[in-house]
Design a protein around this ligand. Structure first.
Ligand SMILES: O=C(O)CCC(=O)C(=O)O
Ligand SMILES: [Fe+2]
Length: 335
């Protein structure tokens, strides 16, 4: 399996409907066959992405005391602010109600990363947790702007998906995504001895699917992200870093929405592939920075089968749900 590359330049050519259709169909095909795709020639300038990685480096280099001025609130309901190493545990386990034991067991193998989550300034249910402005002048303004730039590209991707799914209304999906329920996450994976990862005594990010509609991921050149081959369950292939490309993947909500036509694929972060990403006698793996941006519909939007994805022979498989309900089920196992 190879992760397809889709060139988005023709999508922005509003004069040429057939080129736009081609891009949209290539995108949908990739999301059906693999669930992951590299998008190149999108509207986010490489210089902005480089600058974002610079800002996040500066943020994570702050003292823990400084970072702890914007801590992730206790519990799962608010997903903002700084999570110190070990706080979050990624898992595929769903909540059943009586979870204390399951939660403890999951944490026996900690995830060695620190995280900073950001949302819309206008999302009052998920208030942002900022460090004082004077601690890192310019950081907050930059991130707020980057959040909306990502939303702009993400909206174009949703528009292309609707077109590629042959929906008459190109804005079928974008109408349900105001942008205020997205999540920008800055991830810093700490250096660890390779053996710790090999023996699974610690983890970077265990296999999971995302709960979003779509996720856009930006990564540095360290490597380690792996994607499951849906035609050979259990086999993972590396998503090798491609400079300034967006790695886009389908999340659970769009898989449900599309009646399993678009695939929410398992992925994980393991050892970097390249040998020069390790150093010293105990093969410390290099640190890694990545930025997933999760696009989610507004909380009360009903996720029910897209008309072009069902027929008499292939009826809707999922019971309608809302983003808020699905989010609650997944999030309560993570914190
Ligand atoms: O860090 C990465 O490359 C992937 C992170 C990820 O899959 C997630 O946060 O959902
Ligand atoms: Fe993910």
């Amino acid at each position: 399996m190879q992760i397809p590359v889709v060139d988005f330049s023709q999508w922005y050519n509003s004069q040429d409907a057939s080129s736009r259709q081609q891009v949209a169909h290539a995108l949908v095909k990739a999301c059906q066959d693999v669930g992951f795709v590299y998008i190149v020639n999108h509207s986010l300038p490489g210089s902005v992405l480089d600058e974002t990685f610079e800002w996040m480096r500066r943020f994570f280099e702050l003292s823990s005391e400084d970072k702890m001025r914007a801590p992730h609130p206790e519990g799962w309901a608010v997903h903002r602010g700084y999570s110190w190493p070990g706080l979050e545990k990624v898992s595929q386990v769903m909540s059943t109600g009586d979870d204390e034991d399951a939660r403890k067991k999951l944490r026996e193998v900690p995830d060695v990363k620190e995280i900073y989550d950001i949302g819309s300034e206008e999302n009052t249910f998920q208030p942002n947790q900022w460090i004082p402005k004077e601690t890192l002048p310019g950081y907050q303004d930059f991130m707020v702007q980057f959040y909306w730039e990502c939303n702009k590209v993400g909206s174009e991707i949703l528009r292309a998906l609707a077109t590629g799914l042959d929906l008459e209304d190109e804005s079928y999906l974008t109408k349900k995504h105001s942008g205020h329920n997205n999540q920008l996450r800055l991830l810093h994976y700490l250096p660890v001895p390779a053996e710790e990862l090999e023996k699974e005594r610690t983890a970077r990010c265990p296999a999971h699917t995302d709960w979003s509609s779509i996720t856009m991921l930006f990564q540095d050149d360290c490597g380690g992200l792996e994607v499951e081959d849906i035609s050979r369950p259990g086999t993972f292939v590396p998503a090798t870093p491609l400079k300034h490309a967006i790695i886009m993947n389908i999340g659970d909500l769009l898989q449900m929405w599309s009646n399993d036509r678009l695939r929410s694929t398992n992925h994980r972060v393991r050892l970097p592939q390249l040998s020069d990403r390790f150093e010293g006698p105990n093969r410390m793996t290099r640190e890694r920075y990545s930025i997933p941006y999760f696009m989610s519909p507004d909380p009360d939007v009903t996720i029910e089968c897209i008309p072009s994805c069902m027929s008499e022979a292939y009826p809707a498989k999922y019971k309608p749900t809302t983003q808020a309900e699905y989010n609650k089920m997944r999030a309560s196992m993570m914190y």
